[in-house]
Design a protein around this ligand. Structure first.
Ligand code: C5P
Length: 224
């Protein structure tokens, strides 16, 4: 399988983002999240696409169906490749998002990788993470979404449940990397072995002394 490695550009300005890109030696698969999008805006995304980057726009849309559908339509016109919506938005929202998509692919975020069972219990959710991810996956698949974002802890079960899904795994760390705010982390090769088609790597690359060298290590790990 041709696994994609998306580098998460979690910075707050266009100049910081460009500085990281300059140190990634032409790597084209870039994830723009809400931190950068809310500061640099759609213009910057258009600019990146014009410069040949493939953009995974991680805005985690979650609202009433009509609002999400109209947002998806607007984002589609930017020319991004992938967009996230929260699977917790419910079947009708996911269905409306799918109806509104043109060329982009939608992936549903199941349970955030920063949440563990205690974090879920704090907001009144007592369903085990694996079960929650499974139920959300079924709703997303029924709505016609391309795939899911899930942690390394759930990806194997989701792959069994949904063999053709695009399964995007963030929370990727090498041994010794700081987990930061992530609670459920996994190695890159391990994520792929468990069924990931795409992985997202942020701080281990972007905060490294030599981002290009670390990116190459990850790419070697994925190809080896
Ligand atoms: O720096 P780090 O590798 O932890 O970055 C992970 C990226 O993946 C962040 O941009 C985060 O927003 C995103 N993400 C995540 N968990 C999800 C969905 C997206 O960590 N469930």
């Amino acid at each position: 399988m041709n696994v994609r490695l998306w580098v998460a550009l979690d910075v707050s300005s266009q100049s910081d983002a460009d500085a990281i890109l300059a140190r990634l030696d032409g790597h084209r698969d870039i994830k723009v999240g809400m931190e950068l999008f809310y500061s640099a805006g759609p213009e910057y995304v258009r600019d990146l696409i014009g410069r040949g980057y493939h953009i995974f726009l991680d805005l985690k849309c979650h609202d009433i169906p009509r609002t999400v559908a109209r947002a998806v339509g607007n984002i589609d016109r930017l020319g991004v490749e992938l967009l996230t919506v929260h699977a917790a938005g419910g079947f009708e929202m996911l269905d409306a998002a799918c109806q509104a998509q043109g060329t982009l692919s939608l992936v549903g975020v199941t349970v955030l990788t920063s949440l563990d069972s205690k974090g879920l219990a704090d907001i009144g959710i007592f369903t085990p993470i694996a079960e929650l991810a499974r139920v959300q996956a079924q709703a997303a698949a029924k709505a016609g979404i391309a795939g899911l974002v899930a942690s390394g802890g759930e990806v194997q079960a989701l792959r069994q449940l949904w063999p053709t899904a695009r399964l995007v795994v963030p929370g990727i760390r090498r041994t010794g990397d700081a987990a930061g705010d992530q609670r459920r982390v996994v190695g890159a090769a391990e994520a792929v072995r468990l069924g990931a088609s795409d992985i997202v790597v942020g701080r281990p690359i972007t905060a490294a002394y030599d981002p290009k060298r670390v990116l190459e290590q990850f790419l070697r790990e994925l190809s080896g």
